[in-house]
Design a protein around this ligand. Structure first.
Ligand code: FES
Length: 276
């Protein structure tokens, strides 16, 4: 096959494959078909450019004549004869350029569509949980927890009432000796009767903080052994976590059940928002 034809077919194939890839993706996608079409798209583009460059681009070495020199009449006739040859010369540079631009545009179109796969915008969901003012603390079984239910040293995982399946709201309720706590300013009334609640989602990489060392009053994340001191607002004291577990403000309702004063005042989980 003539080189010019190879370039034409390769670029046309690339453009067609890119458009087909767009169509397949739009219709719901099929990984194997998409992979094959992407191969044809990129392969056609590469083959067309390689042949174009090797056959049709001028090749050196180039030597500039010292003085202008005109072509001989026989040279001019030879060039004129070549330009009339149908297939084995570059048909038109502009035509190749348009074909190349078309193939690139089609590929660009196919590359834009996967943005759809990113899903909907997260909105405020990363900054809010299902906790709200007055929500009772309930166990995974939906049993509401009273302020007197836990012994000192006890711990239980709790959720906001009606939302026991919401992962970002899981919270550790721990009972400690009230007098032993070092309470930060502004949180004096957040832990009635020594009941203190922290997000269960590790601030390092989001594992559930599942262990409690009663002797040391430390919550420990089993993933990378970050430890958080319960008596000092769950500040990290070892391991890779650098941010304290967010504390849930607690209160007690008229019937003696523990309730949330509000949602967490800061986002739970790994701290993407305070990283440079
Ligand atoms: S996820 Fe908890 S220490 Fe890494």
């Amino acid at each position: 096959m003539k080189p010019a034809r190879v370039v034409q077919l390769s670029l046309a194939l690339s453009a067609a494959a890119s458009l087909a890839l767009t169509g397949v993706y739009w219709a719901g996608g099929q990984p194997q078909v998409e992979g094959g079409l992407l191969f044809l798209s990129l392969g056609g583009l590469a083959l067309g450019l390689i042949v174009w460059a090797k056959v049709f681009m001028p090749r050196g070495p180039f030597v500039e004549a010292r003085t202008p020199s005109g072509s001989s009449s026989s040279d001019r006739e030879a060039v004129a004869a070549d330009s009339e040859a149908p297939d084995d010369v570059l048909p038109r540079r502009a035509f190749f350029g348009r074909l190349f631009a078309g193939a690139l545009t089609a590929l660009g179109l196919a590359a834009v569509f996967p943005i759809r796969s990113l899903g909907s915008k997260p909105g405020r969901s990363l900054f809010e949980t299902s906790w709200s003012t007055g929500a009772r603390l309930v166990t995974r079984d939906g049993v509401a927890v009273r302020a007197s239910d836990l012994e000192v040293g006890g711990v239980v995982t709790v959720f906001p009432e009606g939302h026991v399946d919401v992962a970002d709201s899981q919270t550790l309720l721990v009972r400690v000796e009230e007098g032993e706590m070092e309470i930060p300013a502004g949180r004096e009334d957040w832990s009635p009767g020594g009941n203190v609640a922290y997000s269960k989602i590790c601030t390092h990489a989001g594992c559930p903080v599942g262990l409690f060392d009663q002797d040391l009053n430390q919550l420990i994340c089993p993933c990378h052994q970050s430890a958080f001191q319960v008596l000092r607002a769950a500040e990290p004291i070892s391991g890779p976590a650098t941010r304290a577990l967010p504390q849930l403000p607690l209160d007690v309702d008229a019937e003696g059940y523990l309730i949330a004063r509000s949602d967490y005042e800061e986002p739970v989980g790994p701290g993407f928002w305070n990283r440079p």
